[in-house]
Ligand binder design. Structure first.
Ligand code: IPE
Ligand code: IPE
Ligand code: MG
Length: 246
């Protein structure tokens, strides 16, 4: 494969990935779906490393959705175990490279053995000034918005904020997924062209890149291609840039 040219001066600041296709990768090989998740966690390692080496400021990964709890309990348990293994095995690399690890989502729903290692690494890496790696766990975009609205309603009730003060900037400040700013580039692997309840508010102006590759076979070159594709797009944000001073 020809390695696509990435312009290091025009990198997306915030990249988000819907890592889809683990189950199909395994099924195509006659393996249990969990084997696909295991292979998928290898892809996570290489893409995180590639993003850090490129100099991406923030990478948000959709690792487990709020809706994924409805999968068979054995699959959920395997995913939780892999998550725990990932956090333990990557701890050294994360800290050595000054990666700040954060999580978004209803993480209180995660089993205690995962929550503990997650909290510990979030705490340990909180002062790191390298790339921020955000794991979306038990995450749903609609749930995040509902949680945020509830918090704002409580603040209004307590008289802390006036309803007139509720605007886009205030919501940006209240949404955990907005802490690293809006997503510039959103990649989805696995061939489906939908958001599946991922970052609804902050992908408003994200450039969407869909890859037909299944997540376990998503290589560093595919990541570079997605960035090159992003760099070939003209982001207009509703304005007109191509016809000057019309
Ligand atoms: C993505 O792969 C991983 C998670 C949703 C946790 P899938 O498990 O959705 O794989 P497919 O889409 O069934 O192939
Ligand atoms: C989205 O993939 C969730 C993650 C990648 C974690 P899904 O496989 O759950 O989404 P649908 O069911 O195809 O919409
Ligand atoms: Mg899927």
């Amino acid at each position: 494969m020809k390695v696509p040219l990435v312009d290091l001066r025009r990198l997306p600041k915030h990249v988000a990935i819907i890592m889809d296709g683990n189950g199909r990768w395994a099924e195509l090989r006659g393996l249990p779906r969990t084997a696909g998740h295991r292979e998928g966690s290898r892809a996570v390692r290489r893409i995180v490393r590639a993003a850090r080496r490129l100099g991406i400021q923030a990478l948000t990964l959709y690792a487990f959705s709020e809706q994924n709890w409805a999968r068979p309990p054995e699959e959920v348990a395997a995913l939780m175990e892999l998550l725990r293994e990932f956090l333990i095995s990557e701890r050294r690399e994360i800290l050595d490279h000054r990666i700040r690890l954060r999580s978004i989502g209803r993480t209180e729903r995660l089993p205690a053995h995962v929550r503990e290692v997650l909290r510990a690494l979030e705490e340990e890496s909180s002062g790191c000034d390298g790339m921020t790696l955000v794991l979306a766990l038990s995450y749903g975009g609609r749930e995040e918005l509902a949680d945020c609205m509830r918090l704002i309603a409580q603040e209004v009730l307590r008289g802390v904020i006036h309803p007139q003060a509720i605007d886009e900037a205030l919501i940006d400040c209240r949404l955990p997924s907005m802490a690293e700013g809006a997503v510039d580039l959103l990649i989805r692997t696995g061939g489906e062209q939908r958001l599946s309840n991922f970052l609804l508010w902050n992908s408003a102006y994200a450039e969407l890149v869909f890859s037909s590759k299944l997540w376990p076979e998503f290589e560093v070159e595919d990541f570079y291609s997605a960035i090159a594709e992003f760099q070939s797009r003209e982001r207009r944000f509703g304005r007109i840039f191509s016809h000057q001073n019309l």
